[in-house]
Design a binder for this molecule. Structure first.
Ligand code: SAM
Length: 432
């Protein structure tokens, strides 16, 4: 027993442990957009779901038959199954004692079987979860010999580009022995390193289950999430991040599909709505809009020739039929009628990777004025993402009677602290 407070995740996991067919799912989410993921989760999986929200993550309990609904979620990135949560009384100054504590606990009573069966069902792994010791020894010899051979190009390409994590478990054969790796993500002050935790837990799991260690082409990644004195042992379900789903031709400022979805959600699209992205870059927002909200009409454009060409290639690469119009235009003068558009969702030039802060002051003002003209009076919604808060605030000040700020969120975009503004067009007519 410990003298530590039980975390919300700990309590959630204990509930799943009490029920035979209930599992705790964790997902990574773009930091700052967690509430969009919580709302989507309730909408798609179960309205009564209790969702635990942490920075950049959400957790909830489901039955196995609800997993297909989790896979349909568009605001989440990686999915994992929480297989164990426990707390420790670490000394905090004696690393060896603390690691022994960890080792003994794992050896004595870490039981991953319930989670492993669910992992197998969720990923479609067809190989052996519990090989015999002899099978392990033979396969281990083979694997070590293989590792001494030069790797095949295609395989190395996949892993080094960081697009895929390990290998797709559903492509395994019945003869395959489970290949795994253990990683540790650690928050708080400890007298040991993350790598030591991964090695201790990895060693104990091998002694218990006879799995093969493979740091690159693993079927299963066991993620040990140690926050202060609480260890959550998670099994990765997704071997490929969901944020890369739509785009084939990436540009310098391509937005993650998960962020695009959450931005669109903030605008609350309804069937029949006209959605535009007037600065579409490579088309990530309009493509996500057309896929996730197929009952809407999507229009997009950019003033940069290369961006328009990239959007066209990305739209053409989609397998579904899009109602997406692409036009070369400048946001200073959009070829649209007054009060025509229901929703504008834009990722504006940050003035860092694209544009400059000085240009932005002029550009943002002209853009906001033009949006005041094309957005529907009284109902038009705008969701604008930018790093350049000063320029957008100046632009909004100059149009303060034309837009009402509904919400402002801080979103972390690859280390940049960006802002998302949700605005509603007032009823005041536009007078140039
Ligand atoms: C941050 S990027 C958009 C990236 C896009 N969301 C993506 O995922 O590829 C901003 C885009 O605004 C475009 N832009 C800048 N000034 C513009 C203007 N006056 N009219 C139209 N587009 C403009 C740039 O060419 C750039 O493609």
């Amino acid at each position: 027993m410990t003298d530590i407070n039980e975390s919300d995740l700990y309590k959630l996991f204990k509930k799943s442990e009490e029920a035979e067919s209930v599992y705790t799912i964790g997902t990574t989410v773009d930091t700052g957009l967690e509430w969009q993921a919580v709302d989507e989760c309730k909408e798609k999986v179960d309205t009564t779901l209790h969702v635990v929200k942490e920075r950049g993550k959400i957790y909830f309990n489901i039955r196995l038959d609800q997993f297909s609904k989790v896979k349909e979620m568009r605001s989440i990135d990686n999915i994992f199954l929480v297989s164990d949560v426990r707390q420790f009384n670490f000394s905090e100054d004696d690393g060896e004692t603390d690691l022994t504590l960890l080792k003994n606990a794992i050896e004595k009573d870490l039981r991953l079987e319930k989670g492993l069966e669910a992992w197998k069902a969720m990923t479609g792994f067809r190989g052996k979860l519990y090989p015999k010791q002899e099978e392990f020894k033979d396969a281990d010899k083979l694997l070590k010999a293989e590792k001494n051979q030069p790797p095949e190009d295609a395989v190395v390409g996949d892993v080094r580009k960081g697009r895929k994590r390990g290998r797709d478990p559903s492509l395994s054969s019945e003869e395959d022995i489970l290949k795994y790796r253990v990683t540790c993500e650690r928050t708080g002050s400890h007298a040991f390193e993350s790598g030591q935790v991964a090695r201790v837990i990895g060693g104990e799991l091998q002694d218990k289950y006879f799995w093969l260690v493979d740091l690159t082409m693993y079927h299963l990644e066991v993620i040990c999430n140690l926050v202060q004195n609480e260890l959550a042992t998670c099994l990765r379900i997704t071997h490929e991040s969901k944020h890369r789903r739509n785009i084939i031709h990436f540009g310098p400022t391509t937005l993650r599909a998960t962020v695009c979805y959450s931005l669109l959600r903030l605008a609350n699209p309804k069937p029949g709505d006209i959605i535009i992205d007037p600065m579409c870059g490579g088309g990530s927002i309009p493509i996500e809009a057309a896929i996730a909200f197929p009952d809407t009409y999507v229009l997009c454009g950019d003033n940069h020739e290369k961006a328009v060409a990239r959007t066209k290639l990305n739209i053409d690469a989609q397998s579904i039929n899009h109602k997406t119009e692409l036009i070369t235009w400048s946001v200073a003068k959009l070829p649209l009628k007054d009060s025509y558009v229901d929703i504008v969702v834009t990722d504006m030039p940050f003035g860092k990777r694209s544009g400059s802060m000085t240009d932005n002051r002029v550009l943002y003002k002209r853009y906001i004025t033009e949006l005041a003209r094309v957005a529907k009076l009284g109902t038009g919604r705008l969701v604008l993402l930018t790093y350049d808060r000063r320029s957008i605030q100046m632009a909004l000040q100059s149009a303060s009677n034309l837009f009402k700020v509904i919400k402002m969120l801080g979103v972390n975009m690859g280390g940049l602290h960006t802002a998302v503004y949700v605005l509603k067009r007032t009823k005041l007519p536009y007078n140039p």
